[in-house]
Each structure stands twice: as C-alpha cells, then as structure tokens.
Design a protein around this ligand. Sequence first.
Ligand code: OGA
Ligand code: MN
Length: 267
Amino acid sequence: MKVVPTGGALGAEIQGVDLTNGLDDETVAHIRQALLDYCVIYFRDQGLSEEDQIRFTNYFGQAVEHVRKQRERKNKEIFLISNVKENGEEIGALGSHEVSFHSDLSYLKHPGTISTLYAVEIPSMGGGTQWCNCYAAYEALDQNVKDQLKGLRAVHRHYVEEQNPPGLIDHPVVRTHPETGQKSLYVGPHLTKYVVGMDRDESDDLLHMIYEHVNKSEFVWTHQWQLGDLVMWDNRPTMHRREPFPDTERRLMKRTQVFNADDVPFE
Ligand code: OGA
Ligand code: MN
C-alpha cells in the first residue's frame, strides 16, 4: 500500500489496496493513520458492491443509516446522493445544485465523523467536490481572532425542518480533534445559523469573516471524480462543498456514514 499526498491543502491517494477484499489489521491501521494525517483519502478504480463499501466503512466505526429517510433499499447503510429521477422523483439527495461548505450532520448532537462516497455515475462537467482543511484555516488566523473565538458556540440546523432533532443543537466554533488533539474551525455557511449569545449582526459579521477565510485557495482541495473512486473523509477537521453540474446529466454516488456515540465536539 502506498500513500500519495495530493500536494494540496489536504488529501492523499491510497494506491495498491483492493477494497473488494477484506483488509488485515495492519492495512486498516495504515489507512486510519493516512486519514488522520491527510483528512481526506481516496482509492481509484474500485469495483465495489454496496456490501464492500459497508464492510470497508465498518473498519472505522459503525456504519449507520442516514437520518434522512430514503426509499427502502436492500442495504439501509447506503444513502444515495443523486439527481437521477425515477417516475419523476429523485432517487437520492442533493440534486444538481451547488452545495456550500458544511461538515456532515453538524445539526445533530453527534455529528458525522467519517463518511465515504463511491462514484457510480458522474457528469461530464461540474460536480466536483471540494474539501477545506479546517486545521490549517484555524492555524492561519491571527492570534487576536483565535482569542475572540475562544469559548464561542454556534447553532447548526438543517434547512429541511423535519430533519432536525427537537431543540437547538450548538457546537463549539473551534473544536479539538479527539485523536490528533489539533484545533480546527467548525462553522460553515450551509448548516451554521448563528453564534450563541451575540446579536444577529455581530454573529453574521463574524461568520462571514470566517467563511471568507476558509474559502482561500490555500485551504481548499478539489477532487475531480472518476468512476470507481471511493473517497473517505473525516468531517471533524474538514468541510466540503459540491460544485453544481448540468441537471441534464446523471450523477450517482453511494454514501456511508460512521457513527461514534462518544464523539461530541468539544473545544
Ligand atoms: C455528502 C456530500 C457531496 C457530493 O455526501 O455528504 O456533501 O459531492 N456530498 O456529492
Ligand atoms: Mn456532505
């Protein structure tokens, strides 16, 4: 197995691993370390069944059903991200529009830790996914801004009202990764609503400043999808967004989500 860094803000390709096979402990440990080091890892040219993707996900925690219900399928752990329509109805989530920066499931008390996305159908243009290195973005802030962010919490909420748990969920604006001990920014324009205890204008100004900052190209890396790519990312120190693509084209991704009951963001 070989780990080849992208040379960008984060990310590495893992070569020499066939995910249709079960993996030994040593290989899993190497992959886990690469994920901690690079935050996003990808494997090209995989020919995965849903069972393969679920088995692989389960090496990193418990693969769970997504909070958003989809049409009944044989593997409840697989969630479809797609604009493909059957009988006039989209079979998956997120359509073909742009999806702005977010960390998955941050509107839950236990947000997403690790996620995987497997490319089954991709459009001829657009639809790339960009990840932001939120460790590096935090590190690059001026000390006075880091001091200003200390102790702040922000409310996160999904725009589909029924998808939210009862009550307001807030998380620290700066979180510490439970395994690396490093701090990262944990707010994004897609799911973060406001900073707790600030008036709305002050909160909007602060969040806007952070969103401009994380947008800088030095913190962002884009994955150009190829069929058979399996991308795995750690949501704790990253955010991601999806470029739009023509709705006349088809994009189909299969997704898994790891759930860790003891993983609640802390500063
Ligand atoms: C996701 C997601 C983006 C994409 O699956 O959580 O944001 O590129 N996907 O499909
Ligand atoms: Mn996402």
